[in-house]
Write a protein that binds this ligand. Structure first.
Ligand code: FMN
Length: 148
């Protein structure tokens, strides 16, 4: 029985909207998923798979709503034991070197925790698409069966 956690990092709501579309996709495929914009370590450890959808703020920074959670994750370092995860990063390539910086930090952390990345991190560039949810959903479709 799958029990996926969708962790959302957002400042202006774009990533939240993407997360809702992702949840609708998962629901339609018979997977159980919960969206968290203020996750606890338990929400993380008790899930069967992790989907992170996060924008980047500041200069490559994690959105404030995920900051404490990521801090706790680094402190407590709960090993994932090859639990599957994916990271979709929303960003803007006009920020140059810090493009998708939050997503990159999170992807690296989950890899250090020995999660199993089902795909390379997806970079969604606001300069290239006005519909990040379409890009993320299309990217996720072929990966879904790996979460079952
Ligand atoms: C103040 C500010 C800082 C930003 N800094 C970055 C950045 O360092 N790197 C990046 O890739 N995108 C950056 N962005 C772009 C956002 O990540 C992008 O617009 C994203 O789609 C916002 O999604 P959200 O509504 O879920 O927060 C920044 C946007 C703002 C407004």
């Amino acid at each position: 029985m799958s029990n996926l956690s969708i962790l959302v990092g957002t400042v202006y709501g774009n990533a939240q909207h993407v997360a809702e579309e992702v949840k609708a996709l998962l629901d339609s495929q018979g997977l159980t998923a919960t969206i968290y914009d203020d996750p606890s370590i338990d929400d993380f450890t008790q899930s069967s798979g992790i989907i992170v959808i996060s924008s980047t703020t500041g200069q490559g920074d994690i959105p404030p709503n995920l900051e404490f959670f990521i801090h706790d994750l680094r402190e407590q370092f709960p090993l994932m034991n090859h639990k599957p995860f994916v990271v979709a990063a929303l960003g803007d390539s006009s920020y140059g070197e810090t493009f998708c910086g939050a997503g990159r930090q999170i992807f690296e952390l989950l890899s250090e925790l020995q999660g199993q990345a089902l795909a390379d991190m997806l970079e969604v560039d606001a300069c290239e698409t006005l519909e990040p949810e379409v890009m993320v959903v299309e990217w996720l479709k072929p990966l879904i069966s790996k979460f079952h």
